[in-house]
Write a protein that binds this ligand. Sequence first.
Ligand code: SAH
Length: 486
Amino acid sequence: MLLTITTTATPATDLGFLLHKHPDRVQEFRQSFGTATVFYPEASEDRCTVALLLEVDPVALVRSSGKNSPDFSLSQYVNDRPYAASSLMAVTLADVFRTARAGRCNAKPELPGTPLPLVITLVCRGGADLARGVFEPLGWDVEAEAVPLDESFPEWGESRYVRLTLRGTLRLSEALNQLYVLLPVLDDAKHYWVAPDEVDKLLRAGEGWLREHPMRGVIARRYLGRRWALARSALARLAELGDETEEQLEPAVAEEAAPDETAADEAVAAETEEALAAEEASAAPVKARPLNVLRREAVLATLEELGASSVIDLGCGQGELVGALLAKPRYTQVTGVDVSPLALTIAARKLRLERMPDSKRARLTLFQGALTYTDKRFAGYDAAVLMEVIEHVDPPRLPALERVVFGTARPQHVLVTTPNVEYNVRYEFLTGMRHRDHRFEWTRAEFAAWCARVCEQYGYSVAVKAVGEEDPEVGPSTQMGVFTRD
Ligand code: SAH
């Protein structure tokens, strides 16, 4: 299995910096299913090609798949894995070019952001039409040549393999992420059992291109090994969230999370919006603004109307709202609280806490806490925000949360947003709730009833608002309660 990437940018040898692989060296990387070799058949100022050669050991492949393997048949020994680019190549590419895929290059930091003229060659299955269908919308010029079954016997016709040449001007990280997703899509047979975390991997690698791809349905289904429920979940999350741009978690950070926090962390990974998405949305007005951006804007506008200057974000996730508040000098005290230490670690990193100027740092507090336990640190703010948080709390624990927020912390204003379940019928691929960590999703009437009861019990008044466009039949996608203490 051979994949080559050529660039004609000058100096073309920058490819070596981007890939973190020196053009003069031949390097080997052991994989559980064989050996990957990286070398440069050519490396000059004007033209540089890197080759990734994967030699699959069919016996190692069988051993590595173990009991998780979806298939124990003889086809595991006698198959085309050694020849056609596939999920094995995708996994290898992700491993060997990990830093490049993440878009990092310490030696030349400006390089990863620069689109380069690229030519990529490989042999794959799936046929020329599918290859064009998935690569052309991403800006690739696709040349697909069917490989004859046997060159000495042209009358035998074509094999199911195509020799692909992709030409385009893209950032290398984009190209690698696209290959990572699309090689298994063309191959349509993942070599390992597709676990639910593949949805996260797909959304992460698909950031910036999958959401708008005309074949995203086919891509999600094939990538996820035709596990329909997973594919639906991926598509629903794409529709709901817009692009997720959360960083790849460093393993060291991921391991810090205690097992019982996993669900909350997954919620963070799935639900936290990203400043980039906002930038993208404002740069391209034709594109629908992702719901998470609309939500944050609605919350910001309301806080401003209310004249709040100190705000506590309860269940702050990865800190996007906190960052947006800090960017406005009118907020003199901004606090983010979350039950998940992992969320807070990511928030600190995204907010660049370590490099934050002292004056800004002085306005910010981040700490771990649970909203269902009384905590003195929640008190003393003009406003508290619970953005997409209450639906993550088990219904029997909701009264505790109400007491903590409205009874003890008792800020002048509380903003609560939550999905409007009636709107779910508008998500084409959604079955069930919008996220697997949601404990409930309310209709407009259910939310209104909850708001009214809280007001009565704790002495607040409420105005319920729509976030985003309001569907005449089923209402808005998100609903927001703006509570004010009587
Ligand atoms: N407000 C953020 C994150 C929403 S995801 C946003 O809109 O982007 C829900 C968040 O609530 C997660 O970060 C989760 O860790 C947090 N959370 C869930 N239950 C919580 C609890 N009992 N106490 C504090 N945080 C909680």
